[in-house]
Design a binder for this molecule. Structure first.
Ligand code: SF4
Ligand code: SF4
Length: 357
């Protein structure tokens, strides 16, 4: 059986909202089709509007370049899916998702204003595309009308989450991630980090491959960050070098490009947290003590939580990701603080979630 899930009756025709059906709210439930509440008092399942410029599949050019640093050699790779699982057919229509490649990161679903992509544990993401009473097929649609339909979903009140964490899901997602990394190759961590940050509402641009004169991995920018830089390292060994690499990047940005050191948000993005005795936490603390620079540590799981919950990370004042040798629990002091609730996970040690002894 094909791995490409086609939860849709895609005839190649356009889709539109039926007359008199104006969306008022969205209701999400993990693995289930999103419910759209309409201002006429009726409800219907969310169904793909078959956008020609599918934001679930491609970033716009403006999203891939930093708004604060025009000399940064940005990789303009527009793919929303770092795992290469989502594609839009030539000529438009609903995207297709290869479930075997999907890592359930949630970036595509968080970018669909309609809520037409659901995340199914044990299976992968799928696009709901079956027409219904509210989402009707039309022979053709003017671009303006399509944009009006889509914009009607933006900023709607929403309840529920597209995916809720549990132990088995964490194991599944990180197993899928390891396989995707092998398949996609060495660009996978940087692209995944960029995409997850963009999905969580933080401007992020990735440096071009082979760009040796400006070695920072990601530049962070508006809407959430004025000036920022991120080093991306996956794996317990590789992440040990990340604080020093971050300092290199900060030195270059301050001395060659005039960025104010005190106003730069600096983070390391990693899939696993180094254990408690690791030199990593010591160096982070030394840098803070000596240079007054707080380098935050952002986990892939934290970013996925924001994408699954369609939440925007608000960085604001200070460094909310900062953790060092004194941090008793990354889970309690960073992750749960930022998401605003306790996570539904056991206390079994997982380096994706907390700092191990
Ligand atoms: S899944 Fe959503 S964003 Fe993607 S084409 Fe369909 S309606 Fe547009
Ligand atoms: S959930 Fe993530 S991995 Fe799966 S198709 Fe969407 S962007 Fe790709």
């Amino acid at each position: 059986m094909s791995n490409v899930l086609r939860q849709r009756a895609n005839t190649g025709r356009a889709k539109a909202l039926a007359e008199g059906w104006s969306p008022a709210a969205l209701r999400f439930a993990p693995g289930q089709q999103t419910v759209v509440q309409f201002s006429n008092g009726e409800e219907a399942g969310a169904s793909c509007l078959r956008c020609t410029d599918a934001p679930c599949a491609k970033f716009s050019d403006e999203e891939t370049i930093p708004s604060n640093f025009d000399r940064f050699p940005a990789d303009r790779n527009p793919d929303v899916c770092a795992a290469g699982a989502i594609n839009q057919p030539d000529g438009g229509g609903a995207p297709t998702i290869d479930a075997a490649r999907c890592i359930l990161c949630g970036v595509c679903s968080s970018r669909c204003p309609v809520g037409a992509i659901r995340l199914i544990p044990g299976q992968g993401a799928i696009v709901d595309d079956v027409p219904n009473v509210a989402f009707i097929e039309v022979a053709d649609i003017l671009r303006e009308q399509h944009l009006t339909d889509r914009q009607a979903f933006e900023g709607l009140p929403a309840e529920g989450a597209q995916l809720i964490e549990n132990d088995a899901l964490v194991d599944e997602v990180f197993g899928r991630m390891q396989r995707a990394w092998v398949r996609v190759g060495d660009r996978f961590p940087n692209l995944l980090a960029r995409n997850l940050l963009l999905g969580a509402g933080i401007g992020a641009s990735v440096g071009r491959k082979g760009n040796n004169h400006m070695r920072m991995d990601l530049i962070l920018s508006s809407p959430a960050v004025e000036h920022g830089v991120a080093e991306v390292e996956f794996g317990q060994e590789a992440v040990l070098d990340a604080p020093r690499d971050t300092m290199d990047a900060l030195a270059v940005l301050a001395s060659r490009y005039g960025w104010d050191l005190n106003s730069i948000t600096a983070v390391v993005v990693t899939d696993v947290l180094p254990n408690r005795r690791s030199e990593y936490w010591h160096i982070i603390q030394d840098i803070s003590n000596v240079f007054g620079v707080q380098i935050g540590t952002v986990t892939v799981f934290l970013l996925m939580l924001f994408n699954w919950n369609r939440r925007t990370l608000e960085l604001g004042e200070g460094q909310p990701f900062y953790a060092d040798r004194e941090t008793e629990s990354y889970r309690a002091e960073v992750l749960e603080l930022l998401i605003g609730r306790a996570v539904y996970l056991s206390n079994s040690p997982r380096p994706q979630i907390d700092i191990a002894k």
